[in-house]
Design a protein around this ligand. Structure first.
Ligand code: IMP
Length: 204
């Protein structure tokens, strides 16, 4: 069975592959990407992570005829009233510009006022788009005063998870990020459903 990972973001795709690799039963099932099936990622027109995730999963499933798994995610900063949140990808044009803009917005804020969390809504759609299963995950922490680390992607060099305390997500080994991240948590909650789907070929 083929499961479509409905993202055009290469950092996310790598994490989906790492997080779901264990479910694939030694080559019996296959994860394919939007690029593999020649489908463009849809716009993200909605105001909530869950609505965007559902749209991405349904769009990819209906276009490909495959079960499709998507996420919509972002960083929510307390001092910015939860922004950039659902608009994290659109905050600026490149990862570097997005990080600089966030640092600039928070430049006068002490560590005690730099609280933030990453949020991930995951959605799994049946090929006809009629069945939709949703989970979510979040990780709490703070925004560092400067970017640190080469791992991960996006805002990772700025985010210090509360349970780690000093290092940013980009300074952690990738398995450690996957264990505690918003995406790791949303997919852990999705994995019983995915196992059932891969075993039985359907979900009720
Ligand atoms: P979207 O889900 O396609 O709207 O994109 C989410 C955006 O949020 C990404 O482009 C990143 O900038 C950011 N983001 C989401 N998840 C992560 C993560 O795990 N690490 C760093 N940045 C992330």
């Amino acid at each position: 069975m083929k499961l479509l990972i409905a993202t055009g973001n290469s950092g996310k795709l790598r994490e989906f592959q790492e997080l779901l690799g264990g479910l694939l039963e030694g080559g019996k099932h296959e994860l394919v990407s939007l690029k593999d099936v020649g489908i463009d990622a849809p716009e993200e027109p909605h105001e909530t992570f869950h609505e965007n995730a559902a749209e991405k999963a349904r769009h990819a499933a209906q276009k490909s005829g495959l079960w499709a798994l998507a996420d919509d995610s972002g960083i929510c900063v307390d001092a910015l009233n939860g922004g950039p949140g659902v608009r994290s990808a659109r905050f600026a044009d490149t990862d570097e510009a997005r990080r600089q803009k966030l640092l600039q917005h928070l430049s006068s804020f002490p560590m005690s006022r730099r609280g933030a969390h990453f949020f991930c809504a995951a959605a799994l759609s049946s090929p006809d788009g009629q069945k939709l299963f949703r989970t979510e995950g979040r990780v709490d922490g703070r925004i560092a005063t400067a970017a640190r680390g080469d791992g991960g992607f996006g805002y990772d060099p700025l985010f210090i998870p509360a349970e780690i305390g000093t290092k940013t997500l980009a300074e952690l080994p990738q398995e450690e990020k996957n264990r505690l991240s918003h995406r790791g948590r949303a997919l852990a909650r999705m994995s019983p459903l995915l196992m059932k789907l891969l075993h039985e070929g359907k979900l009720d």
